[in-house]
Design a protein around this ligand. Structure first.
Ligand code: ADP
Length: 555
């Protein structure tokens, strides 16, 4: 591994050098040996100083080394520098033959230019041919000089050495081809990786732009709650949630309040904490910040799960709904004020009409009849105003205690009986007495009256209204079932909204304001219970309410 690193370091360094230095470095080993030879010649082989061929070869070696520096290789064809190793073969041939039998081993120097030619990766065929012909021509004159007295050893070295050089050349060529292929593969992979990286950077930029362009705050957290991503909108919301002067705060240090705007939300009820417990939720309203900067935020969370089902974190979305919440509050305040203002004059009308009706002598039968109509309509108006006031008060007050629901159902049936008889409806109750629940008798009585009177009202063709109950240790479930006009599944999902009325009810001109069920729902939820509706158009509806069987005070 470290060897590869060293090799890579060397080749990287080599590539930083200029072409002239590169060529000179390739020539350097041969030049150094020739230089050593030249220095040794006057001492070891002084007779060689008289050989013009040998002297010329030394000069040629020197000129070739100088040419490496002088010739502007960068301006020439990129294989031009290979002329140097080719001329090296010539220079070696001259020194070998100039030195004659005095220095017979000089032919071995041919290995330097042959390695250079083969490793260059260029002029493939020429370098292979030169690797065999070069040594052959270097050896040939000496062998030819001995002709015809050639020994077996002369012939062997004439053939064997060029063949050896050919083998060296081929081996280097194969090795360098292999290396080049690997290099090309590496470069290919490198390019693919860079393309992938570019694509992923691009995608990340796109995602960030989209996230920052949205009007909702978005946070992605890992399974420990550490932030992976926060968009700009969320950053400004979080800025609102921390005390001035504090730079960044964890969720538990932030100013997050419950729906009453003042109670700090317990750590485990905060959106991120709930999300990292793996909860999936929506429309979870919290208040962030305090004072005039306080914002109402509707939050939602979705867990991130890996392919093998492991919990990896969650994405939490924060939607600033302050405007909507304020508009709703203003709406409720308006309804509440208007209803309040209506109540006093209506009570006065009712009281005075009552007084006039009591004076039997002073009123003609016709006037009495007309006043009865005034009285009935004023009573209806007063009931409507009470409903409006009840629905406008966001937190309906309930005072639950241990209550027998069976007797409440009985009372409710009793008071609905005349209305049922008029509409040819039989009221059936299937409830064991007593049926204890933890409930406010007044409010639950009001809710039951609402459900039973609706069941009668929306069964214009007569029929049966069935009230049944089931109880467990923890819960009591009451069902009010009718065989009336019913409604579509979409309508039954919206039936608890304030002022909602079905198209069929309006077309049939059945009187109503769409408030009764929203009040009923608020009453049941005030008890910690739950109400739902299932219905079939033309077949009837079933309203199911669940209440706690026992209250905390009984434990
Ligand atoms: P109201 O009866 O005064 O209109 P409610 O809130 O009690 O107001 O009911 C809302 C709407 O739900 C009604 O207008 C009616 O369209 C529908 N609804 C309620 N109860 C029933 C029922 N038992 N069968 C069919 N439709 C019903």
């Amino acid at each position: 591994m470290s060897e590869k690193l060293v090799q890579r370091g060397i080749s990287r360094y080599f590539r930083t050098l200029g072409p002239r230095t590169q060529v000179a470095l390739c020539q350097l080993p041969l030049t150094l040996i020739v230089l050593a030879l030249a220095i040794a010649t006057p001492l070891a082989w002084p007779t060689l100083l008289n050989s013009p061929l040998y002297i010329f070869s030394m000069v040629l070696h020197g000129l070739l080394f100088a040419a490496c520096f002088i010739i502007p290789w960068e301006r020439l064809n990129n294989s031009a520098y290979l002329v140097i190793p080719v001329l090296d073969l010539l220079a070696i041939g001259l020194s070998r033959n100039g030195a004659g039998p005095l220095v017979p081993g000089l032919v071995i120097l041919a290995i330097f230019p042959i390695i250079w030619l083969s490793a260059s990766g260029m002029l493939a065929r020429t370098s292979i041919v030169l690797s065999i012909l070069g040594p052959l021509f270097i050896l040939l004159p000496t062998v030819a000089g001995k002709f015809p007295n050639l020994t077996a050893s002369d012939l062997t070295s004439l053939l064997l050495f060029p063949l050896m050089m050919l083998a060296v050349s081929l081996a280097i060529r194969f090795a360098s081809v292999n290396m080049r292929m690997q290099q090309r593969q590496l470069q290919e992979k490198d390019r693919e990786l860079r393309d992938l990286l570019d694509a992923s950077t691009e995608r990340e930029r796109l995602l960030k732009t989209i996230l920052d362009a949205t009007d909702v705050g978005i946070v992605a957290v890992n399974s420990k709650g550490g932030h992976l991503l926060t968009n700009n909108r969320q950053k400004s919301l979080e800025q609102n949630a921390i005390n001035p002067g504090v730079r960044a705060a964890q969720e538990e240090d932030q100013l997050i309040f419950a729906q009453d705007k003042v109670t700090p939300l317990a750590a485990e009820k905060r959106p991120i904490q709930r999300a990292i417990q793996g909860e999936l939720f929506a429309d979870y309203l919290v208040w962030i910040g305090n004072g005039s900067n306080q914002r109402a935020v509707s939050t939602a969370a979705r867990p991130m799960v890996s392919d093998d089902g492991q919990f990896m974190g969650a994405v939490i979305v924060y939607n600033d709904v302050t405007g909507l919440v304020e508009a709703l509050a203003a709406n409720e305040e308006l309804i509440s004020n208007v209803s309040h203002e209506f109540r006093s004059p209506l009570n006065s009308i009712l009281g005075n009409v009552d007084l006039v009706l009591e004076d039997v002598q002073g009123t003609s039968p016709l006037s009495a009849q007309r006043l009865e109509v005034v009285l009935r309509n004023s009573e209806r108006l007063l009931a409507l105003v009470s409903d409006l006031m009840a629905s406008a008060s966001s937190a309906l007050k309930v005072h639950p205690k241990r209550t027998d629901l069976a007797s409440l159902v009985e009372t409710s049936i009793g008071s609905a009986q005349p209305q049922a008889e008029q509409s040819r409806i039989s009221l059936v109750a299937d409830i064991q007495s007593p049926l204890w629940a933890y409930a406010d008798p007044l409010r639950i009585g009001q809710a039951l009256d609402n459900l039973v009177s609706n069941a009668i009202k929306y069964s214009p063709g007569g029929g049966v209204v069935n009230i049944s109950a089931q109880g467990s240790d923890d819960w009591v479930r009451l069902q009010v079932q009718d065989s009336g006009m019913g409604m579509s599944p979409e309508d039954s999902a919206r039936v608890f909204r304030r002022f909602f009325r079905t198209e069929t009810a309006r077309e049939a001109a059945i009187p109503g304001a769409g408030l009764g069920l929203s009040i009923t729902k608020a009453i049941i939820e005030g008890h910690g219970g739950d109400i739902s509706c299932t219905s079939n158009p033309g077949k009837g509806s079933t309203f199911t309410l669940t209440l706690p069987a026992e209250g905390p005070s009984l434990y």
